[in-house]
Write a protein that binds this ligand. Sequence first.
Ligand code: ATP
Ligand code: MG
Ligand code: FE
Length: 343
Amino acid sequence: VLVLGIESSCDETAAAIVDGERRIVAQRIASQDAEHAPFGGVVPEIAARAHAERLAPMVEAVLADADVALNDLDAIAATAGPGLIGGVMVGLVSAKALAMASDVPLVAVNHLEGHALSPRLADESLAFPYALLLVSGGHCQILRVDDVGQYRRLATTIDDALGEAFDKTAKILGLGFPGGPAVERKAKEGDAQAVPLPRPMVGSGEPHFSFAGLKSAVLRAHESGKYEVADIAASFQQAAIDCVIDRLRIALDEMRDCKTLVVAGGVAANASVRAALEELAAKHDMQFIAPPPKLCTDNAAMIAWAGIERLGMKDFSPDPLDISARPRWPLDPDAEPVRGAGV
Ligand code: ATP
Ligand code: MG
Ligand code: FE
C-alpha cells in the first residue's frame, strides 16, 4: 500500500508518501513561520496564498523523492478540515485534481483523525482501544479511541486550547512566534515555583479544561514587574501540566479498560508535558506512547497514514470528488455541548 498525504489546514504546507509497513517513503514540509511572525499569529489569507504557491511543486518533489508515479498510488489523502478554510480548500482541491487525473481514489481526512492516529504510525504495537490526550493549537480534548473513525470525547476545553495558551503566553512574554517551542525553551532557564499561578478546573468532577484564566494570570504577573520572564514561563508551563494531569486522572477513571495512554498534537512535542504524562501512565499501570516530536506538530505523514487506516476498513469507499472542505469537523459528532466550549 502506498498513499500520498497532503496537509494545508494551518500554516504548514506538507506532502508525504507513506507505505503499509509504516515507512515514510518521502516527505517535505514548508513552514510559514517567517510570513506570519510579523503579525504575531497565523493570517488566514497569507496562509492560503502560500499553500497555493507551494503545494504543487512540493507534491511533484515528494513523488520524485520516492521515485513513484501518481498511478502507483493506492490513494490520495488530503486534509478536508477542520482548519482555516482557504488553506484546506487549496489542499483538498489539489488532491481532487490529482485523483481525477490519475484515477486514484480520494480520501478526505479529518485533520484531528490524522493527529489521533499518528501514534499508530509511530508505534505498530499500539492497539485499540486507547486513551488519547489531543493537545494542539485549536483543540484540547481527552478521547477514547475505539477504532478508526470511532472516537468518544470525554473532555474538551471551555475556552482556550492548550497550544493557544502557550502561544498567548509567548506573546505576553515577548518570546515571539510560534509560541510553544519558545515558552518551552525559556522555561528551562526559570523556576517553576517562582510565580503563583492558578490551576483552573483542578478538582472539578468533570474532566474539562480551561486555560483563559491562567493566561490572564500570566499577563498580570508580567505586568506587575515582580518576576523574571523565565520564571513566568516555567511557572506557566508547570501550571498547565498540573491541569492536564488532574483532568486526565478524572477521565482515565472512565477508561479503565484502556491499557495505553497516548498523546498527540503539537503540544505533545513538549518534553516536560511528555515526562509528566509518562509518570501518570506509570501510576495507572498504563503503557505510554507519544509520537516523535516531528509527528506531533502538523505534517502530511499523519494524513497519509490516516488514509492508509481508512483504506483498511471493511466498509471503505473513496470519497466523492464533490466532497466539501469543512472549517469545523468534530471527531465525536455525538459529544454533548459543554458550556462555553466552541469545539
Ligand atoms: P489543530 O490541530 O487543533 O487544528 P494546529 O494544527 O494549528 O491546530 P498543531 O500544529 O497540531 O496545531 O500544533 C501547534 C500548536 O502546538 C501551537 O499552539 C504550538 O504553540 C504548540 N506547540 C508546538 N510545539 C510545542 C512545544 N514544544 N511546547 C508547547 N507547545 C508546542
Ligand atoms: Mg504551524
Ligand atoms: Fe494540527
